[in-house]
Each structure stands twice: as C-alpha cells, then as structure tokens.
Design a protein around this ligand. Sequence first.
Ligand code: SF4
Length: 361
Amino acid sequence: MAAPAPAPRQNLLDLDRAALERFCLERGHKPFRARQLLQWIHGRGEADFAAMTDLSKAFRQELEALAQVRVPKVLADNIAPDGTRKWLFALEGGNAVETVFIPETGRGTLCVSSQVGCAVDCAFCATGAQGFNRNLTTGEIVAQLWWATRCLQQQGTAVTNVVFMGMGEPLLNLPNVLPALRLMVDDLGYGLSKRRVTVSTSGIVPAMDRLRDGADVALAVSLHAAEDALRDELVPINRKYPLAALMAACRRYVAATERRMHITFEYVLLGGVNDRPADARALVRLLQDVPAKVNLIPFNPFPGARFVRPAPAQVADFQRQLQSRGLLTTTRRTRGDEIDAACGQLAGQVMARRRRAEARA
Ligand code: SF4
C-alpha cells in the first residue's frame, strides 16, 4: 500500500498576528515567537527560515518541516516609462492575476487583486468581462504586497498606500481579505496607516458593515451612476443593493470610523452615457450628506468594450460642474497606458468556472 501523502505545509502568509500566535501556541511555543515571525516575514521580507537567526535552531527546523512562505511565481514584470510597474502572478489552477505599483511624488500606491475574475460584471470593466473563477487566499493577497515591497526596496522606493482596486470585488471575499488588511496595518507587518489602505467596493451593502467592524480602513465606492436606472445597467449589483441602501451603508461607515474618514466615490466617465450636466447634478444631490471625494476616471477602452472615453474637455467640464457645487473632485491621470495598467483594467488570465449571471445569483 502506498504511504499517505505528507500534510501540506502551512503557508505563513495566510496567517495574521492572531492566527500566527495560535499556530505557535498549538506547537508549544510562546506568542512572542509569532511576533518574531511577523517581523521577519513581513517587516524584513524574509522567506527562508534558516536566515531567521534569532529563532532557535530547533524551531527553525520545525518550521522547515511544517510551514513555508509561499509566494506565487512571477510570470511578467513590466515597467512603463512613467515608472508604473505591473506584475503578473501565476496562481495554482492555471490562472493569473495582476498587481500594479503607481509611483507619485511623495507616495507609492500598490493596486492589489482579491479574486480571479469577478462575478459583479460591471458593464465597462475588463475584469468583469472575463467571468469569475475563485477567491484569492489571504496568502495570495498578501504575497502581492510582500513581493512588491521587496522589489521596490531594491529600487530605493516603497509602497506607502494599498488600494484593493485590482481584479475582483474584495467584499465578496471578506474572510480572506480581512486578515490581509490586518497584516497590512499591523506595526510588525507592513505598518501602513489605516487611512492609506483603501478597499474599493461596487456596493456589497451587508459586507460594508462587516468591513467596518473588522478592519476600519478607508473605503472607496465604485459608483459610476447617481440614479438607479442607469446604475442598474452599469453596475448590476445595484439591482440587489440600490442607491438608497448603498448610501445608508456609507453613512453608517463614516459614523463608525474613528476619524470620520471621507469616502472616495469612483466614477468612470463613459462618453455620452454618464457625463451629461444632469448626471453631474444628480451626483451632487446624491452625495450631499456624506463626507465625499469624487475620483473621476476617464474610461480606458479595451478590446470589445461598448463605451468610449469622453474628450478631455468634456472630462474637465464635468469636474468643473461638481467643483462649482462644492464637491471635492479629482480626475485620475491615466498611468501606465503602455502596460495597460489603469485600475479596472487589470485582466490577468481567468479560466472562468462560473458564468457571471450564475455567480451573481
Ligand atoms: S469594476 Fe470591480 S466590481 Fe465591477 S466587474 Fe470590475 S472588478 Fe468587478
């Protein structure tokens, strides 16, 4: 009879501080060992237990047998002339996801993916067009930051902000996203400020409340329309959680966060669809009683898309209309066009296991 297969080694990137302490306690080690591991793995970017010299030799040997720091293989690493950098990570099961680093003066933002594909199927989104395959594990989410941090250190730069705006709807993968968020803001992990970690959602209302209770990070809402009829078309999850419910959840989020943070409302401008003066007026009405910042994103066309990017003058005019009514508004500069890296354009390679309508249901 064949010998039973050895148990798979625990990927320590899957474990936040509390889980790592449990891992150590269950094996007879003190909780401070977990804190040492956090510092080595996340603080210093070390994956080799042999190099963790302040751990006893016996503990390091035990770790070698039981655990690993497993980072997905990098299939591609491209840098655009403006410094925007994109990695393509190979995942188990033959899929791949993308991660993008966007350097700006005084900050560096990493855009991470949380799912392979996306079931929400927003009408203008390259990711949604590919269908849905599976959730990323906590380790696969954290590995994107782990890897980027190590690569960027060699360039003399750093990740100061993380946004969950890559592939996937993070609030449909909350059990894996929450531990990843906790590692990102943990002083012994990546030590990022809660204000500098942003989760972007299309409006999964019940999960917005759970996010607030579990992580208290900054929130962005992919809005894209200020009236239900149009939003039903552009962001189909609106049929389940319409604008009144979404805005009520936003108000609860702001009221409960420690510092009454602004919510960022992402608004992809689609030529002739949601960029008219009436749309600007509706947007101002909708956001009047929420501390809001609007981020306008001129649509970035992809093959097969049925929308067009508005002319720059139209974008500027839409921004002026919002600002003249007192709404804090910025326009996202398109970065890394050469490597196809604007957020919402992250594609990767998805073998869709579920059709989108089925997954939504
Ligand atoms: S915009 Fe976001 S929520 Fe909508 S389909 Fe794309 S990845 Fe999913």
